[in-house]
Design a protein around this ligand. Structure first.
Ligand SMILES: *Cc1c(COP(=O)(O)O)cnc(C)c1O
Length: 464
């Protein structure tokens, strides 16, 4: 008999620590008020556990820091670029690899080179910056997740899948107006839910049958590969790298934020096969990002990403990462707290509509819940609901399909006791949920308003 431990441990030990500060509830109340009741406008030092985003917030490994010391800062043709290019090529197989400072720069350059007003881009669900960049070109960002993806409580292995008949209809109903289609893995705005290989392949086949290029929003490609390995028949024996390679083989290109599964604090890339399109993208890159062998990044950033992309595909890392999110999900589910089921790859999504039925969507229940979590526990999360998505391109207001609060896990940053604390905060707020009140919007810009909107309690206080 051999020993098969049950406990999934953090597959690293800690070499550098960063203290976190526990503010008092009064201090947090004052901080909230000063921030216009917008968690984006808080000072990070006033936050105890920061789950605002998993973007760029991960801990780098000693191998990444070591790689950074070898950064080649040559303006053109740096060794660091070629190491970065080789890492991206090994995983994606794409011919042209164009570094950018973040994912959204890759989006802007791709859409700037491919879209014209009146065009339509189908996607399982556009991430907020992706949607904003499509709309900025005067095009329509069409979200077509499968029906299962819109039902938070429903358990389904691949709720991130794109609705294939809807994809084909979008293409055939709008001849000449769909210059590309995208699929986001995992589906961040749809609950961090994975997309199956079968769905990626079928979407790719539909696009290619109609001559439409198919792109992957690849930010969480490694987490998606892990879910395919765990859940899709035929993939249990394949490595995450092999699965990722198979995903990318279905596509003509990808946009990527290296702040997610690049395990880096900054960076991104656009990778694709079409020579002409790559040339147009590089021309735009030079205009705003930089020369094509650095694209707005330092040589040392390219080194960190080259190492990080491979570490993100490590099985022990992926097992630990997905398990820590699932662990919190189990505790919340056991307490009857409604979350998007099953837990996604990088985050738990609380279903605020189900948890706070007394708050109408016009008073932003998910926003209100995120304020309550900060006030009571010093936990920073993010609303993914009607503040983020309620404003339509024509300026009208329409409630979002779901009112979610996302608790995004930074990579390799928090330990199991942090997660136990989180569960305690959530259980406490759940016990006083009837006292949580809605909010109103005081002022907001026209696009991406959740980043800078100023809000206020609609009924005197966040918690009465
Ligand atoms: C983060 C993210 C982006 C944008 O990347 P940035 O690096 O933040 O600009 C695009 N799509 C998805 C799915 C993301 O999660």
């Amino acid at each position: 008999m051999s020993f098969h431990p049950h406990t999934v441990i953090e597959p690293f030990r800690i070499k550098t620590v960063e203290p976190i500060r526990r503010a008092t509830r009064d201090e947090r109340e004052a901080a909230l008020k000063a921030a216009g009741y917008n968690l984006f406008l808080l000072k990070a030092e006033d936050v105890l556990i920061d789950l605002l985003t998993d973007s760029g917030t991960g801990a780098m490994s000693s191998a990444q820091w070591g790689g950074m010391m070898q950064g080649d800062e040559s303006y053109a043709g740096a060794k660091s670029f070629y190491r970065f290019e080789a890492a991206v090529r090994e995983i994606t197989g794409f011919r042209h690899v164009i570094p950018t400072h973040q994912g959204r720069a890759a989006e802007r350059i791709l859409f700037g080179s491919m879209l014209k007003p009146g065009d339509i881009v189908p996607n399982n669900t556009h991430f907020d910056t992706t949607r904003a960049n499509v709309e900025y070109r005067g095009a329509t960002a069409l979200d077509i997740p499968v029906a299962e993806g819109r039902q938070p409580a429903l358990i389904h292995p691949f709720k991130g899948n794109i609705d294939l008949p809807a994809l084909e209809r979008a293409i055939t109903d709008n001849p000449g107006r769909v210059p590309l289609a995208m699929i986001t893995v995992t589906n961040n705005s749809g609950g961090g839910q994975p997309v199956s290989m079968a769905n990626i392949r079928a979407a790719s086949d539909i696009c290619h049958k109609h001559g439409v290029p198919f792109f992957i929003d690849a930010c969480r490609f490694a987490e998606n590969a892990w879910f395919i390995k765990m859940r899709e028949p035929g993939y249990a024996g394949k490595s995450p790298l092999e699965i990722a390679q198979e995903m990318f083989r279905c596509a003509d290109g990808c946009t990527m934020s290296a702040k997610k599964d690049g395990l880096a604090n900054i960076g991104g890339f656009l990778a694709l096969n079409d020579d002409d399109l790559a040339q147009r993208c590089r021309n735009m890159l030079i205009l705003t990002e930089g020369f094509p062998t650095y694209g707005g990044l330092a040589g040392y950033d390219l080194e960190a990403i080259a190492v990080g992309l491979k570490e993100a595909l490590d099985e022990d890392y992926l097992r630990y990462r997905i398990r820590s999110v699932e662990y919190l999900g189990e505790k919340l589910t056991a307490a009857g707290i409604p979350i998007v089921q099953p837990p996604g790859g990088h985050a738990i999504y609380l279903d605020a509509k189900a948890m706070l039925p007394h708050i109408p969507q016009s008073e932003y229940p998910a926003w209100a819940l995120s304020l309550a979590l900060y006030l009571e526990g010093g936990v920073r999360s993010v609303e993914i609901g009607s503040v983020m998505f309620g404003r339509q391109p024509d300026g009208s207001e329409q409630p979002a399909a779901m009112e979610l609060v996302r608790l995004a896990f930074p990579r390799r940053v928090y330990t199991q006791s942090h997660v136990d604390y989180l569960a305690e905060v959530l259980l406490y707020v759940n016990s006083i949920k009837d006292r949580v009140r809605g909010v109103r919007m005081v002022e907001a810009p026209a696009t991406l308003r959740h980043f800078s909107a100023r809000m206020a309690p609609a009924h005197g206080a966040v918690i009465v």
